[in-house]
Design a protein around this ligand. Sequence first.
Ligand SMILES: Cc1cc2nc3c(=O)[nH]c(=O)nc-3n(C[C@H](O)[C@H](O)[C@H](O)COP(=O)(O)OP(=O)(O)OC[C@H]3O[C@@H](n4cnc5c(N)ncnc54)[C@H](O)[C@@H]3O)c2cc1C
Length: 433
Amino acid sequence: MSAPEKIFDVLGIGFGPANIALAIALEELSSGMSVQFLEKRPGPAWQPNMLLPGSDIQNHPLRDLVTPRNPRSRYTFTNFLFEQGRLYEHLNLPLHHPLRAEYAQYISWTADFFEHIVAYGCEAVSVEAVTPSNGESAHYTVCCTDGRVFLARSLVLAPGRTPHIPAPFADVKDRRVRHLNDYMPALAEAVAATGGQCRIAVIGGSQSAVEILLHASCHSGVREVVGFTRNFGYRQKDTSPFSDEVYFPSFVDTFHNASAEHKARLRQELVHTNYSSSDIDVLNQLYVRKYEQMLQGEGLLQLRTCEDMVGCTPASDGVQIDSRQYLQGIIHSQSFDLVILATGFLDLGAGDRQEPFPKLLASIARENEIDTLIIARDYRVDLGNGLPTYLNGLCESSHGMGDAGSFSLLALRSQNIVQSLISNLAVREQSHA
Ligand SMILES: Cc1cc2nc3c(=O)[nH]c(=O)nc-3n(C[C@H](O)[C@H](O)[C@H](O)COP(=O)(O)OP(=O)(O)OC[C@H]3O[C@@H](n4cnc5c(N)ncnc54)[C@H](O)[C@@H]3O)c2cc1C
């Protein structure tokens, strides 16, 4: 292991949109804190395995990494287009929202400005709080897979959410069963392994599920695509402007202040603003694709609705999936060369589709006998060690629907975290003066 040279004021783990927005806010708002980010990927990327041709983003492009906080910043999406020399061409596009490929370029372009403070190819694997016996101030020690070690007075954790793997797939260790996070490389592997005769199952009723069904069903080397959803049909997102106020900063206050019972009620009502549902453009395309295949007498694309997953058994000639059509109680079994779980992500908490802690903080929490993380309005968590520790982009269960699954609040969330860091690090410095 390499010996760490300095103690950073702020160490960010993960350099996706959440911590890129933080890097911008630290540069624009803070007074010279020393900052380092760790990113396990070899370079900047945003959801690289889901950059499907023609797919668009689901947020207004001005709700980018910085505009809602500082529209005059050089890091806005508008300035990105301007500096690329394609502002007019972009504004002339007959699209409701920008292409995901273009937004991914914007994210990478922004990340590149901060290259000097990001260690790429560096996956954090352990986080430990250290209190030196010589009276020096406490700090975190973070170890990475490549042997590098980093010390810091505060931590901002932004690793993205943990994939949700439904029960029948939870214990299956097989490269033919993959989460949507791996879709494009998994598809390439499966097509190659089957000599261009690939059978694919897509589990779930999310936006990603519908996009993958559309992509796979016209991809060469694929001979069968079956979508499974437990819903009656693929559902449209709730795009009412009234519901979309969940992406307002004021909603974060409303949600954070609500009781557990009221949070659950709000979530139940508003979940389809982003989850288990899709935009109408891709739903219409999927419906027409299905109809077109019926006209041509083809059976490449099938959609099995009202189906609960009950089993998954890998074998040499395919992965067998068992599903139960709940209306008739009939079990359907079918084998596939690739099973894509478009089944979403976990939130923090003790309920269904939740995990109690981000993996990297689990051992510290257990050591300090913390059962439940209390996440303050400024995204700070108390791990019982006094060190400023923040969660950036993991807080839907405490801060509402706009937190993890959307860009909408990234810019303002970074501002909250930076302001809290400034006051907490200053307080700690004074107490050790
Ligand atoms: C397919 C897809 C499409 C989406 N499209 C939209 C959209 O159009 N609009 C929208 O508002 N939202 C969209 N979202 C939601 C989107 O995930 C978030 O808006 C955004 O990516 C969250 O950023 P993040 O930085 O919190 O997480 P991520 O984007 O997941 O970034 C986390 C980063 O941390 C790194 N990392 C993880 N663990 C470690 C570790 N231990 N050490 C070092 N690095 C680590 C990862 O490599 C990654 O780069 C989409 C999500 C998906 C899955």
